[in-house]
Design a protein around this ligand. Structure first.
Ligand code: NDP
Length: 282
């Protein structure tokens, strides 16, 4: 029988554990989210994060910036937060308006407050196999889901489809560190279905609804669907769930799989950064 990997449930468990731990703190973690421009999907994501953060007992402040903000003015806002000891974590909600250089903005966040683990300091430490202050939330959530369902990547053939800096690239590195044999695929990969159909674990982060069908899947494979695609029929993943569901051993649903885990990991990162900063003060 196919196991549905319930990211929603696991995320709720993690969030409730964070709530209990936060309830015992005198000072509460404070996360700042920078929201530039008028992207409606970004606004929904930020509101979801805010609701969950406040449920835990964190403070979450949203800094709304106009879409035509200059890079200089944006950076100044971040520098102020870097110097403010009451701010423990920051994230830049992506995508940023086109006139801004996203990596330059991200790099300006103090790595010890980098809730997404996207600064080159944290990303570099992660890539080298050391302990960064924080690792990217979506890959971290996927690894946590695999652990929860006792899917050990060690020695397994894993394909990660999509090589973005926020999902595919860090995930492929993190899976290598867990001793998986990783194939990194992208839009230029030839014979993708043939390669994917030999893999024990297939992870898709490409952003094309229902692209991955049963031709991409070996019988008994584990499938992780990162895609969040807005279609006329609502939100769908990259994987054609109905087509593959009887062929796979385990699969994440969309919604209710990787998405809620990403938020839970953001909040866990915030808590961990807070703790690191408290220890620095001591
Ligand atoms: P990007 O657009 O940054 O990257 C997409 C990647 O997919 C690229 O590497 C691209 O290849 C590759 N790709 C595109 N088309 C194909 C194809 N036909 N065959 C193989 N590879 C292809 O996307 P993101 O990583 O930001 O997001 C991917 C998806 O994941 C989206 O649906 C997004 O909404 C979702 N997402 C979900 C999250 C969650 O929490 N569940 C978090 C973040 C994202 P190339 O590099 O060659 O262009």
């Amino acid at each position: 029988m196919t196991v549905i990997m319930d990211g929603k449930l696991l995320s709720e468990i993690i969030i409730n554990q964070l709530k209990i731990k936060t309830g015992k703190l005198e000072k509460k973690p404070h996360l700042v989210v920078f929201l530039a421009g008028n992207n409606s999907a970004s606004r929904i994501y930020v509101n979801n994060k805010k609701k969950k953060a406040e449920y835990i007992g964190f403070t979450l402040s949203v800094v709304e910036l106009p879409s035509d903000i200059s890079e200089k003015d944006f950076l100044e806002q971040i520098y102020i937060m870097n110097d403010d000891s009451n701010i423990n974590a920051m994230l830049i909600q992506l995508p940023l308006p086109n006139n801004l250089n996203s990596q330059k903005i991200i790099e300006s966040v103090d790595p010890i407050k980098d809730a997404d683990g996207f600064t080159s300091y944290n990303f570099g430490w992660m890539a080298l196999g050391y302990n960064p202050y924080a690792v990217p939330c979506t890959p971290k959530g996927i690894i946590r889901l695999l652990d929860e369902y006792k899917v050990n990547p060690e020695g397994k053939n894993v394909i990660v489809i999509g090589r973005s800096n926020i999902v595919g690239k860090p995930l492929s590195l993190m899976l290598q560190q867990r001793n998986a044999t990783v194939t990194m695929a992208h839009s230029k990969t030839e014979n993708l279905a043939e390669i994917a159909s030999s893999q024990d674990i297939v992870i898709s982060a490409i952003g094309i609804p229902n692209f991955i069908n049963s031709k991409f899947i070996k019988k008994g494979a584990v499938v992780i669907d990162v895609g969040i695609n807005r279609t006329e029929k609502g939100i769908t993943g990259d994987v054609d769930f109905n087509d593959v569901k009887d062929k796979v051993s385990m699969i994440t649903p969309v919604p209710g799989g990787v998405g809620p885990m990403t938020i839970a990991m953001l909040l866990e990162n915030t808590f961990e950064l807070f703790q690191i900063q408290q220890n620095f003060v001591l």
